[in-house]
Structures are given as C-alpha cells and as structure tokens.
Design a protein around this ligand. Structure first.
Ligand code: SF4
Length: 729
C-alpha cells in the first residue's frame, strides 16, 4: 500500500477548533487564598516521567489547584520534582489532542479529518483483520513508552502478535540491563536498585543525577552527601553532581572504558578487592586479573587525560569504603556502540568491591505479588519473532525499536501493522525519520495513541487521543524496590474534550475483534478492585490512601558468608563471560579509542534538564514557563575561536552537513573545550505544539552517525560532531 505522505501537523483540526480552554491559566486577580474553596484530594501516580512518584491532586471548586507528593510513598519520600508539580499543565495544555483523527486523501493531498470513536475503532479493527487474513495474526508490532501501553500489548498478544519494543531499551537502558544480566544474571531494573542511602562512596560515570531529576534518587543522593559520603563524578562537563563532588574527573569523552580498566588494575594489583566475596561468588577472576595488567593509570592518562595519581587515589577511596561503595550503573547508557562492554566493566568493578547485594551497594528488590485478573490464557506465540526481526542481536532480551521499524519496510516486510503508544519516534530514535517514512509507506495500518500532537502523529492512519494520567485509571504501580508498595492512579478530572483512557480504547477494539473474553470487565476500576482485594486492600481503601506498604518477605542484602546461586549459566557472578565468548564477542571489556572530531568540530553531548522530560513536556505551559528553550554550552576557548557571543543565536551543523534550528549560546567553562552540550527534547517541528514549535534545537536530528552496540542493539549517539553557523538576522 503506497499511499503515505507525511502530514505536517498544520491546520489538521480545521473547524474542530483550538480555542483556549476556559480553565487555561486564567490568572489570579483578586481571588480568595488558594484552598479556601471546596477542595477535593485525589490520589495519582505521576506520569510526567517514568519514575512514578505517588501524589495527591488538589482541585478547588472543581478546578486544578496543585499536585503534591503523597507522604506515605517511600519511593518519592512524599515530594515531587519540579516537573511533577507541573503535571496540571498536561491537563490544561490547549494544544492537546482532542478527538480521533483519520488520514484522508483530498484531491491527492493527505490530511487528517476528525472522526467519531466508533468510526476510528471500526477502521482499525477492519484493517487488523485484513492484515491477519492476508499475512497472519502475528504481523502487527507495537512501540510503546508509558503506562497505558500494557493494555495495547495485551490486546495485540490476544490477537496473536507479540512484536513489541520500548525505546527505553535500545535508546536508553538496554546496554545496562544486558551488561548486568551477563554478569549477575539479572538487570538493575527500574527504579534502580542502588542503595545510595547507605553508601559511603558513590561513583557517577556520566550520570548527571540532579539534572536528571529522578526524584527519589536525587533525594537519596542528597541524604548520602549530608551523611558524609564521598562522591566521585566522571564527566567531561562540570555537571550539578560534579559540583557536589569530592573528586571531579573531567574525562576525555569516549574513554570511560580506559578509566574503568585502570581502576580495576589498581584495585587488583594493590590487593584492594574483596577477596572473600570474589572467591565465594565470582568466576573468571584470573582472566580479569590478566586482562587488566596492561592498563595501568599511566596508560590510562594518555587516553583519558586524567592524571595517574588521581586515578589511583579514587580507586583507593572506593576500596576504602567497600562494600558500601556504589559505582552507579547509569541510566541512559547508549553512547559509543561499545556500551554493553562499558557497563559490564562497571558491573565487574562493583563485583571486585563486593557491593552487589551489600548495604550501601545494590540492594535486593522486592514487589507485591498480585494475581492476574482471570481471563483465558493468552495464546503462546507460534514462533520466536525476534529470530525474524532482530536475529543479529541474539543476546538482546527485549525488542529493538529501530529493528522493528526496519522490519516494516518493503512489500515483503515482516511487520504489516504498527501501533505507537506514547513515544515520539522521530525525536527518540536517532536518524530514523527517513526509515519511518519508508515503513509508513509500506505498512497497512499505523495507529498512534498520544496525548499531544507530537511529530509521530504525522505518520499515522488513525490518531487516538488518550486522556492524560490525571483523567484515568491505570494499572497499579508495583515496582520492585526497597519497600514493597502498591500505588493507585485514578481520575482527578473527567477526560477533557473527546479523549479517552487507553484501557477503554482496548476494550472497544477487543469487542470488535471478538477478543472480549480477554477483557471481561466494564470498567478498569473493576480489575483494580479485584486485584487489591486479593492482597487485603480494596479500591475504596486505595482511593483514600493512594499508597499501601507491604512487609518484605526476603532479606534486602546478602547475609554474611551466605552461599548464593546467581541466575547466570555458572551460578556465579561472571567476570569472564562464556556467553559473550560463545557468541563471538569479547568476554572481557576491550577499550577502543573514540573517533576524533574533524578540525573545527566539537563532540555533541546531550542530557536532561531539571524542568523537562525530553520532548514530552516542552509544550506543557507550566513547565515551558520554567524552561522555554535549550542552550548550547560552549567552552570559552571554542567560543573565542568561532567568535560566539554568550546569549547569541547560532545554528549547529554536524559532520554530515545537517543543520539544526537556531539555538542560544551559553559560554561556560563547565564544558570541555572539545565538546558542546545541550538538553534533549527541544526543536519540535509540529506546528500544533504552539508553545514549543521551532524553539531551541533538536539534538536527535544531528545524530546521523549512530554506533549500534553489536551486543545489545542500543543506538550509540555520542559519535556526532558539530560546528557553528551564524544566524543571519
Ligand atoms: Fe513525576 Fe518528577 Fe516523580 Fe518523574 S520524578 S514521576 S516527573 S515527580
């Protein structure tokens, strides 16, 4: 089916209207003090990022007032971050999607037309059935990021399609999860099982906690520092975390494996490792000892630019506090294409320090066992879809988003239908726009479920407007962590416009597809009430308290000298990985020097800012006010060389000639002279995101040189270089 033309999101609402809602930022002139009216308090779980802090929504006289942390929630410690307190902006956003939209062709020109829910769902169900009858039931894929994705995943599995990926794997945490699984038999998980509250020494490698405002983690790091923990930060940028550090190691970008090998060299050769732990729990120590011998601090100095005495001093500091030393595993780990090996080196360093399963290192997570609502069993897949879609990554435990898109291109493509839930693919997966267009041209069905008119909606056949997290029930929060808890998200407001919750859309589709038996309830609150009653609570109780704590059933740390079998092939912590060797990969982390920048170019480093969660929040009016645009950090040496003035606008041009939108220069010594830094999530092109469209620059559009990690399939994005172009006024 060759029929798609990417629809730029301009004017597709037509007469449907985008008038500012009456509740939108209506001002505060001569009003009584907030809270003196009729106040209602409703529990929720924040969805502005994926940390999932429990909160209470306060409305006054039926209008939004404020959102505050739930004091019973150990995960958020009763506080929200800046973004979470701005959650009402998502509800109030005048630009949010308002009704189902369908692609129509008008005189050869494609546009979106508002349609009823019944029409939108009928068309989706018909096309799914048509794909099934022509190609089989197992040819529809899903790419998702966010809570409501689980409902669509279940629907597609009941239909017979299991092809599923979260961009949070191949574009973020994938290398970390696979590296720890290869070493310890299990990943770090989310929330991270780091026991920073009890750490005496914390090492952050490119992990900018404090700008990455994962709330509970920031609070715990602050507590640890107040308790006197030593902080070592490795970052070419003087980040917020670096500014709080006892040791800041401004490493040459791309040389982290060299530093990690040198640290292990010192710890092994000076006999500083945890001998008992290594002997009892690990396999492959001798191979590791031999492997690190050439990589002493003097060798590492030439690669990293870090002085040998600084490398030795920090290695000894880590060993001094072990096992209460945490070498943080990081979170966004897709950097240079050797990312699984880099994070494996981090995992191995932690093993030498004996910190996995120990107080102050990594604790053992636990969640609540809640039964599944009774339905017929989901039919087992007839074949392993990963062998067809991503066979070159046999060790990858999860779907790889860019491979699924690739598998949707062409007449004989494996993937024939695609659901996209809550993930703005063009700004999430580097260098994907062209492939996405080709895939959209080949696919028989593209459904996008979104709250806002993000760029990805332009590829859809049908756009389904989901109501925001403040207007719906979702599955219970049951994340594995220190204290098992359940938390409830429930509607604080009725859905605005003609938006609906994801569970409602799925239930309607299931009935059209004769799959209603998998969703045998009328309202999702029935599922929640049933599940809660199985664990001694109820929906009524959770509507009052929002968060319920449960006792732990297992120990949080290893017992002294405990015998332990790890879920690896050997039952030990694998310093030498036979699994990697058997699949043709280096069983030990190997250092490859990074590519050099072309003359006059600077390595592009990106990260988060405290006011936003990627591009998901830049059009949120409350958060936009806090940070309306991003800036590019440029060292004074580079600024002088290119005659750049602080505060002026420039454009960035990458090594392949791709030019960004204009972006303001921030001249600062906080970035290394050979690199630039910008916050991700700006530079939207969707004209329907009226606050943020065209404001700031999009880093993802400059990432043409993508280094795919051969082990995890993660897209390494830090191999791009930019120079500066003047903006003509
Ligand atoms: Fe919400 Fe902030 Fe918690 Fe994320 S860290 S869930 S944005 S309060």
């Amino acid at each position: 089916m060759k029929r798609r033309e990417f629809i730029k999101l301009s004017g597709f609402w037509g007469a449907a209207g985008v008038a500012a809602p009456s509740v939108f930022l209506s001002g505060c002139a001569s009003k009584p003090l907030p809270g003196s009216g009729d106040v209602t308090i409703t529990p929720t779980v924040c969805d502005i990022c994926f940390w999932k802090c429990a909160a209470h929504v306060h409305t006054e006289n039926g209008r939004p007032w404020k959102i505050v942390g739930n004091v019973n929630d150990p995960h958020s410690e009763g506080r929200l971050c800046t973004r979470g307190t701005g959650g009402n902006g998502a509800y109030l956003d005048r630009d949010r999607l308002k009704e189902p939209l369908m692609r129509v062709s008008d005189g050869g020109k494609a546009r979106f037309e508002p349609v009823s829910w019944a029409k939108a769902l009928d068309v989706i169900a018909e096309r799914m059935q048509s794909i099934a009858s022509k190609h089989g039931n197992d040819r529809i894929a899903m790419l998702a990021h966010g809570s409501g994705g689980v409902h669509f995943e279940r629907l597609l599995q009941a239909f017979g399609s299991h092809i599923y990926a979260h961009p949070s794997y191949a574009q973020c945490r994938g290398p970390r999860e696979i590296a720890f699984a290869l070493t310890y038999g299990e990943g770090v998980g989310s929330p991270d099982r780091t026991d920073m509250a009890n750490s005496k020494c914390i090492v952050l490698i490119g992990s900018h906690i404090g700008e990455n405002l994962h709330n509970g983690q920031v609070q715990i790091l602050t507590k640890a520092l107040n308790n006197g923990a030593s902080l070592i930060t490795v970052d070419p940028r003087f980040s917020v975390a670096a500014s709080k550090s006892e040791h800041w190691l401004p490493i040459r970008p791309g040389t982290d494996i060299a530093l990690l090998l040198a640290w292990m060299n010192v710890i092994i050769n000076e006999g500083l490792y945890d001998h008992g732990y290594v002997e009892r729990y690990t396999t492959g120590f001798e191979q590791l000892r031999d492997h690190v011998q050439p990589f002493n601090p003097e060798w590492a100095y030439l690669e990293t630019g870090l002085k040998p005495e600084q490398i030795r001093k920090t290695a000894r500091l880590m060993a001094l506090h072990a096992p209460a030393t945490l070498v943080h595993p990081g979170r966004h780990t897709t950097w240079y294409g050797d990312d699984t090996q880099r994070v494996r080196a981090i995992a191995m360093l932690n093993a030498l320090l004996g910190s996995w399963g120990r107080e102050g290192g990594f604790y053992i997570q636990e969640n609540v066992t809640i039964p599944e609502y009774e339905t017929p069993p989901i039919p087992k897949p007839k074949h392993d879809w990963k062998k067809k879609v991503q066979s070159q990554f046999p060790l990858a435990p999860s779907g790889i988003s860019q491979e699924i898109i690739e598998a949707a291109i062409g007449d004989d493509a494996q993937v024939k239908g695609l659901f996209v839930y809550g993930t703005n693919l063009p700004m999430t997966i580097p260098n994907i726009s062209e492939k996405l267009k080709q895939a959209a041209d080949s696919l028989d069905l593209v459904v996008v479920v979104e709250t806002q008119p993000a760029e990805v909606t332009g590829y859809a056949d049908i756009i389904l407007p989901e109501c925001t997290y403040l207007e719906r029930y979702d599955a219970l929060r049951n994340a594995p962590e220190r204290i098992p808890t359940l938390a409830l998200r429930m509607p604080a407001y009725k859905p605005r416009y003609d938006s609906k919750p994801g569970w409602w859309m799925v239930k309607q589709l299931a009935e059209r597809l004769d799959l209603g038996a998998y969703f045998p309830w009328n309202d999702y609150s029935e599922v929640l009430d049933w599940q809660l009653k199985q664990v001694g609570s109820s929906l009524e109780e959770m509507q009052r308290i929002g968060v319920k704590r449960f006792p732990r059933k297992t120990a949080m740390y290893f017992k002294p000298n405990e015998k332990r079998k790890f879920p690896t092939p050997s039952g030990k912590i694998e310093l030498y990985s036979k699994m990697l060797a058997g699949n043709g990969f280096d069983p030990m982390p190997r250092y490859t020097p990074p590519e050099e920048a072309p003359a006059g170019f600077y390595r592009l480093i990106y990260g988060r800012g405290a006011a936003h969660t990627f591009g998901r929040t830049t059009n949120n009016p409350l958060l936009f006010e806090l940070m309306p645009e991003n800036t590019v950090w440029v060292n004074p040496i580079a600024a002088a060389e290119h005659k750049l003035l602080n505060g002026s606008y420039i454009k960035l041009k990458n090594q392949d000639g791709v030019v960004s939108n204009k972006i303001r220069v921030r001249v600062t010594e906080r970035i290394a002279p050979n690199a630039v830094f910008m916050v991700h999530g700006f530079g939207h092109t969707s004209k329907k995101m009226r606050l943020t469209q065209g404001v700031g620059a999009d880093d993802a559009s400059l990432m043409i040189n993508v280094k795919v990690d051969p082990i995890s399939g993660g897209t390494g994005m830090r191999s791009n270089f930019v120079t500066f172009e003047k903006v003509l006024s």
